[in-house]
Design a protein around this ligand. Structure first.
Ligand SMILES: Nc1nc2c(ncn2[C@@H]2O[C@H](COP(=O)(O)OP(=O)(O)OP(=O)(O)O)[C@@H](O)[C@H]2O)c(=O)[nH]1
Ligand SMILES: [Mg+2]
Length: 214
């Protein structure tokens, strides 16, 4: 059983001042609206409704924290972020989100890395590229889950991953200050790539990956 399965809802944050103050490591899930961030968190934590997922884009509207514990001690957090690229929000709300998100991503010392969720059918979009170019100079690693790959056949899957990976390697080579950039195939519905993502999260969050007995 993965350590992530014991995740519990911790807090919803709508203002930077309300971010948890504990110096615990955390990993944030970012990406376009509707890409599958909340669903990926639920699947990785083996829970149906930990993070609120929905067909309606723009569902996650605040920064949601989920706590991870080891021997009942709170030791790390997973963070579900509002998606970007969702047009149907008013300007005031949009600018509030942008500010919240950008301040969080830029200033949060506890943030160890970003899981960027990308729809396999779309690949990297300009909004994702902006996010990478803007976040990566922090030197923190980004791991991309090329998700919803259940919608693609074998050769499309391979192509989708390859195209993301080649773009990442160009980015890494041309920016010496960027943190590591990696990618994998993922599907929440078909449970593809779960173990790879789980191991990476445990390493980033300093959780022991030793399977705990039931
Ligand atoms: N086929 C398929 N559908 C998925 C997968 N992951 C998520 N979905 C669907 O995609 C839709 C959006 O999922 P969410 O997890 O709510 O997306 P989100 O990125 O959190 O969206 P926002 O909170 O709006 O930013 C839902 O209808 C999910 O059921 C997947 O791996 N495969
Ligand atoms: Mg969401």
């Amino acid at each position: 059983m993965s350590k992530l399965q014991q995740a519990k809802f911790l807090v919803t944050v709508n203002h930077i001042a309300d971010l948890p103050a504990d110096p615990l490591p955390e990993v944030a899930f970012a990406g376009r609206s509707n890409a599958g961030k909340s669903t990926a968190i639920n699947v990785l934590c083996s829970q149906k409704r930990l993070a609120f997922a929905s067909k309606t884009p723009g569902r996650t509207q605040h920064i949601n924290f989920f706590s991870l514990a080891e021997k009942e001690e709170h030791i790390a957090n997973l963070v579900d972020l509002p998606g970007y690229g969702f047009a149907q929000v008013n300007r005031k709300t949009q600018s509030h989100w942008d500010k919240l998100l950008s301040t969080y991503l830029q200033e949060r010392v506890q943030l160890k890395g970003m899981i960027l969720i990308v729809d396999a059918r779309r690949g990297l979009t300009d909004l994702d590229r902006n996010m990478l170019n803007w976040f990566c100079p922090s030197g923190k690693p980004v791991h991309i889950l090329v998700t919803k790959c259940d919608k693609l056949n074998q050769s499309e899957k391979a192509l989708a991953l390859k195209s993301v990976q080649s773009e990442l390697s160009v980015l890494e080579k041309s920016h010496s200050n960027f943190g590591s950039l990696t990618a994998q195939l993922f599907s929440s519905t078909k449970r593809i790539g779960l173990e790879q993502a789980d191991v990476l999260l445990c390493v980033w969050l300093n959780l022991s990956t030793i399977k705990v007995s039931q």
